[in-house]
Every structure is written in structure tokens, then in C-alpha cells.
Design a protein around this ligand. Structure first.
Ligand code: G3P
Length: 221
């Protein structure tokens, strides 16, 4: 499974990219706004840090505006993926942009039918919002399973990008359900790397090691 980082914070992107676990980045208008920076400037900087897909979202609500913004956003960098909401206007915009070779990510998506239509109009990714769906007492993980099955049934090349990952358990469930990608906030990526048992294990090894006389504790001579 590919791992994208769900943030517009360039320090966090640098930090997790250095570890080697980040294949791409997703942003949205709220994440960009939380950085208090100019949209284009942030997106350009992200593209210099990560050599992989970078999703940047349109803000227009009608197809014509989405198409116009999508074309402009796509020109920022070859790795840009234009993020477009799963609305009737959004499907129309994705249909036009995908025929122009512009990569798209259909976002704020909550049903297998929306995913099917997104694939039909040539979306590169669909982003089911798993955590937000769970918050309405509907299983986000089941939605991922359904979309993966639908895409497999018809050999769609559209990738399932599990989004709204609220904690590390969501990521595990997305991986088990066959999501191609999960986009994960920095704090959840951090959580995924940690286990108290690992820390205790390492501590135990060192405690035993330190029982050796000091002159025998040199590893390399
Ligand atoms: O790209 C944002 C998407 O992952 C939604 O996340 O945490 O706002 O539900 P959240």
C-alpha cells in the first residue's frame, strides 16, 4: 500500500519524507488555510520535497470553474493531482480534465456508487472519507471493501485512496480492505511507528548489555 501524508505542513512533510515512508501528499483547502500561506507557494514547495503525487483541491462549486482551476493547478508541477469533490459538477469536471491527461482525485466521497461514477469519468484516485463516515455510524472500512470489489470486478485502474484516517487502526483496516493508498495525518504516522513493547524490549536489551564489565562493552574491538 502506498502511503501519502495528509497535510500542507512542509516541516512535517520533510520530517516523514526523510524517514522514507511517504510516497505522496494530499492537501485540501482547510489544510492549506491552517498553514496561513499562499496556495500556490505551499503547493510548489511541497512538490520540491516529495517526488510523488501531490493532491491540490479546487474551490469552485460549478463544473466550469472546477475545470478552469484544475487546469491552472495542474500547471504548477507534473506531479500535481487535481482534487475535485464527488458532486455532479465534480464528475463533469473530472470527465473533461481526465481526457486532457490531467490526474484527478475525487474527494469527499461516501458511497460505492460515487466511486463507480468517478472511475467511469477517468479519475486517477477516489478518496472515501473513512473516519467521517464512521462518525455517522456507517462503516468506512466496509465502504473501502465495496469500492475495491467494484473496481476489481471491472478492472478499473482508478486507485482507492483511504482518507480521513483518524488513528492507526483505521490505517490497518484500510490495508486489510485492499486500499491502494492511505493518506495519513502526521500524528497518525507517528502513532504507526510506535509500540510500548518495542520500547520496553530495547530498554531490556540495553539493561542486560550494561551488566557487562565496562571494558567488554566496546562493540567494535
Ligand atoms: O484530506 C483530508 C481528508 O483526509 C479528511 O480528513 O480528518 O478532515 O476527516 P479529516
Amino acid at each position: 500500500m502506498e502511503i501519502f501524508i495528509d497535510t500542507a505542513n512542509v516541516s512535517a512533510i520533510r520530517q516523514f519524507s526523510r524517514i522514507g515512508i511517504v510516497d505522496g501528499v494530499t492537501t485540501n483547502p482547510a489544510l492549506i488555510a491552517s498553514e496561513g500561506r499562499n496556495f500556490r507557494e505551499v503547493v510548489e514547495e511541497i512538490c520540491t520535497i516529495i517526488n510523488g503525487p501531490v493532491s491540490a483541491e479546487v474551490i469552485s462549486l460549478h463544473a466550469e470553474g472546477m475545470i478552469h482551476e484544475g487546469r491552472l493547478i495542474a500547471k504548477i508541477h507534473p506531479n500535481i493531482v487535481v482534487k475535485i469533490p464527488a458532486t455532479p459538477a465534480g464528475f463533469e469536471a473530472v470527465n473533461v480534465l481526465s481526457q486532457e491527461g490531467i490526474k484527478t482525485n475525487v474527494t469527499v466521497l461516501y458511497t460505492a456508487n460515487q466511486a463507480l461514477l468517478a472511475a467511469k469519468v477517468g479519475a486517477t484516485y477516489v478518496s472515501p472519507f473513512v473516519g467521517r463516515l464512521d462518525a455517522t455510524s456507517t462503516s468506512g472500512t466496509e465502504l473501502i471493501q465495496e469500492i475495491v470489489s467494484v473496481f476489481n470486478n471491472y478492472n478499473f485502474s482508478t486507485k482507492v485512496l483511504a482518507a480521513s484516517m483518524r488513528n492507526s487502526i483505521y490505517v490497518k483496516h484500510a490495508a486489510l480492505a485492499g486500499a491502494h493508498v492511505a493518506t495519513i495525518p502526521p500524528e497518525v504516522l507517528e502513532q504507526m511507528m510506535l509500540s510500548e513493547l518495542t520500547d520496553l524490549g530495547v530498554e531490556g536489551f540495553l539493561a542486560e548489555w550494561n551488566t557487562l564489565p565496562e571494558e567488554k562493552r566496546n562493540y567494535f574491538s
